[in-house]
Design a protein around this ligand. Structure first.
Ligand SMILES: N[C@@H](CCC[C@H](N)C(=O)O)C(=O)O
Length: 269
């Protein structure tokens, strides 16, 4: 049996996309682990399933590289917009997408018949704890605990080069304050409206970018008066930059960034 898949990336966050409308996937957790492996699989940060929906235009399910299912993925939601439009599964440039954290709305920016960028209405963030101290073997980290439908712990630093992400990332992800684990972001303010962010993702480890993490970082910057609501904040990550805008009128976060098809493939089971 073979599966057709598309490898896509948004800001360097790379996933394997499968259209389950014509190819049902029975064991996504196992396949996410198997296919995400770089040496023996396709290599990716996880697996994304695109499906039909009774309440929106389409649906998304996202599995991290360790097989755990997440409720939301910002970068994948942009890539799904490109997938659907470029492959002519829809002609709409405004698409509703059912996720485990509710319906998200995508606005596609099309050039020469192909989607270049997508803006996603990420809904309303929730600040769960504005200032939280967590002790791990390496010391105490103070951060803001934010939900973007999935959990993020955002810590400000003066110098990103001092962050030992492979060591502190997993310790914070598995801290007993987070029974469901958490995504871990370190943020350095560079100038007004510009911040650098590095991420340790729950279930995938270090990735080049995290869309929900970029939104959570902007929320933390605003909560701590390091940035302003209603002004675009550029979050620069190792794989690219996302523009984040927290609208003061409706309280929604809007995320804009690229979506890229890397290659099409077929894999044997
Ligand atoms: N990379 C994603 C988030 C993927 C899920 C996350 N690791 C979790 O477990 O919550 C993004 O772009 O938002």
């Amino acid at each position: 049996m073979t599966f057709q898949f598309t490898k896509m990336q948004g800001a360097g966050n790379d996933y394997i996309y499968v259209n389950t409308i014509n190819q049902p996937v029975k064991n996504p957790k196992e396949l996410a682990i198997q296919w995400s492996a770089y040496h023996t699989g396709i290599g990716s940060d996880g697996l994304v399933l695109i499906g039909p929906s009774k309440i929106a235009d389409f649906s998304m399910r996202i599995f991290n590289a360790d097989g755990s299912e997440a409720k939301m993925c910002g970068n994948a939601s942009r890539c799904i917009g490109k997938y659907l439009y470029d492959k002519k599964l829809t002609q709409k440039t405004q698409i509703s997408l059912e996720t485990l954290s509710g319906i998200k709305y995508l606005e596609l920016h099309v050039k020469n018949g192909k989607v270049q960028e997508v803006t996603v209405d990420m809904g309303m963030p929730e600040i769960l704890e504005e200032s939280l101290d967590l002790s791990i073997a390496d010391g105490t980290y103070t951060g803001t605990f934010v939900s973007m439908g999935n959990p993020h712990f955002v810590t400000f630093v003066d110098d990103m080069n001092q962050v030992n992400l492979p060591i502190v990332g997993p310790q914070l992800e598995h801290h007993n304050h987070f029974p469901d684990r958490a995504n871990i972001e370190f943020v350095q303010l560079l100038s007004e409206g510009n911040a650098r962010m590095r991420v340790w993702e729950r279930g995938s480890g270090i990735t080049q970018a995290c869309g929900t993490g970029a939104c959570a970082s902007a929320v933390a910057l605003i909560a701590h008066k390091k940035a302003q609501k209603g002004e675009k904040i550029l979050i620069h990550m190792d794989g690219g930059t996302l523009s984040i805008d927290w609208n003061p009128e409706n309280g929604h976060i809007y995320m804009t960034g690229n979506a890229v098809t890397v290659f099409e493939g077929t894999i044997e089971l």
